[in-house]
Ligand binder design. Sequence first.
Ligand code: CAA
Ligand code: NAD
Length: 287
Amino acid sequence: MVEQIQRLGVVGGGLMGSGIAEVGARAGLDVVVSEVDDSAAEAASSRIRKSLDRAVRNGKLEETERDAALGRLRFATSLGEHADRQLVVEAVAENPEVKSSVFGELDRVVTDREAILASNTSSIPIAQLAAATERPGKVLGIHFFNPVPVLKLVELVPALVTEESTVDRAAAFAVDQLGKQAIRAQDRAGFVVNALLVPYLLSAVRMFESGFASAEDIDNGMVLGCAHPMGPLTLADMVGLDTVVAIADSMYAEYRDPSHAAPPLLRRMVDAGLYGKKSGRGFYNYS
Ligand code: CAA
Ligand code: NAD
């Protein structure tokens, strides 16, 4: 019988961390979310509240359940607040140095040596993050999909040194406790889904960049012609263009395949602060 997780930690309360914290709290877990400062913690809290309100409006959640979920969430600005957690999911920006530093610090502060340290990384090798800790057997990737409250998939990504019991506990957490469906992926940049998805998104950017078709026509082509729920440029805006570039860079570093090279336009947009939906402008305007 695999021990249930009762105390969950989430590091980073951005797009993904807030979704992971929300599904954790809705599943009855006690959740600590840590952010870089008070205003980022406040933004994470309000993102989760809005998403819970939306679920109430859509008749998916009772008001009492929303209030109970909110009561199970606590926001912090120090990694030290994760000391008593049984599982911590890191969801900070897709940057190997920042993530490794978070893993090193989590390893020092989380007191239960059996506790699992997981990353929601899209593409960074889990082995690199495990190497920043003195408990590499307890480190793995638990990769959620955006929007977390809606999409069912979780990729479980053990590194070469991850203990099988860690994978079993993570699977029980994701499937039995959160109600997700899991697939298992090798520790290779992009895992299963992004290895397929990101070259497609980058191709759409190249198509737009070359003047081949307008953003609207590229997106409508895939929505109306292939029944995708959203077109690739809308999806890139939703993921975050900074995140798409970071994933492309990790995959390019791993495979040296030109299909993973970030097109210059995408990099320039990120340089200009056009991150997509989260910053108000990407391929489309959201303000
Ligand atoms: N948070 C919570 N719920 C949300 C939501 C959000 N951000 N966005 C939409 N929803 C819910 C809505 O409330 C609605 O729920 P009900 O059925 O209960 O009404 C449902 O999702 C459908 O939403 P909408 O009717 O507003 O809009 P839609 O039908 O266009 O769906 C969508 C929106 C769910 C985002 C859909 O367009 C979609 O699935 N798009 C593709 C998303 C995708 O491919 N994600 C993967 C990104 S890649 C990734 O995550 C990995 C990585 O590492 C980068
Ligand atoms: P985001 O930019 O929305 O959020 C990142 C958050 O981390 C920010 O709020 C930032 O303040 C916070 N942060 C940075 N350093 C921190 C630290 N040391 N301690 C605490 N908080 C810190 O990014 P996101 O889209 O949520 O992506 C987070 C991770 O999830 C990335 O690894 C990304 O690749 C992965 N991911 C993203 C998506 C997506 O569609 N956006 C999907 C799956 C996985």
